[in-house]
Design a protein around this ligand. Structure first.
Ligand code: AMP
Length: 285
């Protein structure tokens, strides 16, 4: 496994692989790796000749009051885990390498949410623009055949799919299922912020989402009632429910009526930690 910090170096090494006809799989991460990340790395390893993982805590996607500074950076452990997965290249650029002069006006993708921002975009202004910017840069540096993302960040996958389409990257965007702790909590680098007491309460996020999936699966069709009772339930356990929506899987807009495929997505604070999760729901008729 080669650790690379310069974009140009990585680009040139991968150019060599590509000229030999090797396929490239890419997994972007912010490090503090867990089984969720590793499931993406394993899929990339299965499906490509060369596997590239980036570890970069992208300042551009954090709000001024968010956790950029305290975001965990256990890089020795991360590197050991990636070595164990037989990753070929780890790209760990410094902030200055990615944004030497700061992103210039007009080079940051301008995301179009239609009438108004939805889900996390409403509460984290600039977040997805920051994500889209860094991922577009990574896509140009790596030029992967396939790029791997987790369903845990469903909205992010939709943003990346749009970016891929709009800018003609022609990369296969692969979305892999959310990996969960034994009790169901979605794995996240941010779970380590939780105290033991908060950790117990955090379960209710996925429990509520799975509850909604079950009710709809059993034939409930009044989305308004299902949503309101889910919010009530979640409120009993978390400090603040930021949103809880049942949305169309593509537009991410809240649904008035049930349809065959839906996504229930929620964000809440447990203590000071913001957690998100979602479930994909398929119903008959
Ligand atoms: P992050 O390091 O949080 O930026 O995440 C890097 C990638 O790992 C993103 O595509 C995430 O969606 C994915 N990911 C994070 N947590 C999970 C999880 N629990 N299961 C599956 N994928 C995940």
């Amino acid at each position: 496994m080669k650790k690379i910090t310069k974009a140009r170096d990585l680009h040139e090494l991968l150019q060599r692989s590509r000229s030999k006809g090797r396929t490239i799989g890419f997994v972007p991460t912010m490090g503090a790796l867990h089984e969720g990340h590793l499931s993406l790395v394993r899929a990339a390893r299965r499906e490509n000749d060369v596997v590239v993982v980036s570890i970069f805590v992208n300042k551009l996607q954090f709000g001024p009051k968010e956790d950029f500074k305290k975001y965990p950076r256990p890089w020795r452990r991360d590197l050991a885990l990636l070595r164990g997965e037989k990753v070929d290249f780890v790209f760990m650029p410094l902030h200055e390498e990615m944004y030497s002069e700061g992103p210039k006006l007009g080079t940051v993708p301008n995301l179009n949410w239609g009438q108004s921002p939805v889900l996390c975009a409403k509460y984290r202004p600039g977040h997805f623009e920051g994500v889209a910017t860094v991922v577009a840069k990574f896509f140009n540096i790596v030029r992967p055949d396939r790029a791997y993302f987790g369903a845990k960040d469903y909205q992010q996958v939709k943003v990346i799919e749009g970016l891929n389409r709009d800018l003609n990257f022609h990369i296969k965007i692969r979305m892999l299922p959310t990996v969960r702790e034994k009790d169901g909590l979605a794995m996240s680098s941010r779970n380590q912020y939780l105290t033991p007491e908060e950790r117990r309460r955090a379960r209710s996020l996925f429990e509520t989402l799975f509850g909604v999936r079950e009710r709809l699966g059993k034939g409930a069709r009044n989305l308004k009632a299902v949503r309101l009772s889910a919010i009530q339930r979640l409120k009993r356990n978390v400090n603040q429910v930021q949103y809880f929506e049942i949305v169309d899987p593509e537009t991410l807009r809240p649904l008035g009526k049930a349809q065959s495929k839906m996504v229930a997505a929620a964000a809440c604070f447990v203590g000071k930690t913001r957690l998100i999760d979602n479930v994909i729901i398929r119903v008959r008729g």
